[in-house]
Design a protein around this ligand. Structure first.
Ligand code: SF4
Length: 343
């Protein structure tokens, strides 16, 4: 057990298990989680029910993806002794709380959610498909997310600027529960804004697991070098002797930024004086990424070879999370005067 002193603040965050994680997940979220687990009472959830909201036709893939994401988390250093690491569906109390919260959530609140409309538009090819995609479960996504946070009475939630509306939703639901039942029970979760570097996929588009343009934590060194080789650079630089423009370099330059000032200063000088060509510059970047990911990949391989250990770690976290969610659910039921029906 850790002896690290933590403040009482509880932070809650989760990821959908839709495939292996990439460096964008690491530098955009997991790097912050490593800090949170030292400072806060941290709850990290693999939100497999959320994956179902859009991937219900591929539900059989979800358990394998849960395992993959758990391997990624543990390999980067998420520590089950410092944080509660669990699988959403292993805590059925979240589903019951979701049901209770759905009863008090006005319909027009879920319908006005901007991210929901974006999701449907992104997933559907036409109007007919959009209607098919917009399931009851997807519509209730923000209520389920509220239950995820409120089940643990989380007071902090890390969010990017584009995810603020979901947190606002959870705050509104918490406030509505407290107002209806005349209590001050659920804390209104506060946003924890974190600096998120914008890493594009090697093709210059948004980095995504399903676009085949990402560098996965679990990729081999060879795959990483091959992918980086394809990265879009400064499109105006035609010949090797042309000076490059780092501000126009679409992929390698932003990636270099995450590895510190010293290397970025060197790249800038070499690029803008035509001291280095893009081929060599990308090869060096690939080497830096491989060096950084080396220990993570080694730990991941060891863990992957020991599935019992991963299962035990998740069972341990599930039990911890379940005990806490059970307590919240029974208190919420008691506040609502529903407890007498539970045996
Ligand atoms: Fe980008 Fe490097 Fe090419 Fe400059 S030399 S444009 S930083 S890849």
């Amino acid at each position: 057990m850790t002896t690290t002193a933590k403040v009482a603040t509880r932070i809650m965050s989760g990821m959908r298990p839709t495939g292996r994680l990439h460096i964008g997940h690491y530098f955009g979220a997991l790097i912050n989680w490593l800090d949170f687990q030292e400072k806060y009472d941290s709850y990290f959830s693999i939100v497999d029910w959320h994956a179902l909201t859009t991937k219900y036709q591929a539900s059989r893939e979800i358990p394998d993806n849960v395992r993959e994401i758990a391997l990624d988390w543990l390999a980067v250093g998420i520590d089950p002794e410092r944080a509660t690491v669990y699988v959403q569906s292993a805590v059925p109390e979240i589903a019951e709380l979701h049901l209770l919260l759905s009863m008090i959530t006005p319909q027009n609140w879920v319908e006005r959610e901007p991210t929901l409309k974006d999701m449907v538009r992104m997933l559907a090819a036409d109007e007919k498909e959009a209607r098919d995609r917009a399931t009851y479960g997807l519509l209730g996504y923000p209520v389920l997310m509220s239950a995820d946070i409120l089940a643990f009475r989380g007071s902090l939630v890390p969010v990017g600027k584009d995810q603020q509306s979901h947190l606002e939703f959870a705050r509104d639901v918490a406030r509505r529960f407290n107002t209806i039942y005349g209590v001050d029970y659920f804390p209104e979760p506060q946003p924890k804004f974190t600096a998120t570097p914008l890493l594009k996929g090697v093709d210059g588009q948004k980095m995504g697991k399903s676009y085949g343009n990402d560098i996965k934590l679990a990729d081999t060194e060879e795959d990483t070098l091959k992918k980086i080789k394809q990265a879009v650079t400064d499109r105006t630089r035609i010949a090797r002797s042309d000076p490059g423009h780092t501000d126009l370099c679409e992929v390698p330059w932003p990636m270099y930024q995450i590895f510190g000032k010293e290397i970025t200063a060197r790249v800038k000088e070499e690029c803008e004086s035509a001291g280095i060509g893009c081929v060599d510059c990308k090869a060096r970047l690939g080497g830096i990424i491989n060096e950084f990911l080396g220990p993570i990949r080694e730990r991941r391989q060891k863990l992957a070879a020991d599935p019992d250990k991963v299962r035990q770690i998740l069972e341990y976290g599930n039990a911890k999370a379940r005990a806490e969610a059970k307590k919240t659910l029974s208190e919420a039921l008691e506040i609502m005067g529903m407890i007498r029906w539970r045996y």
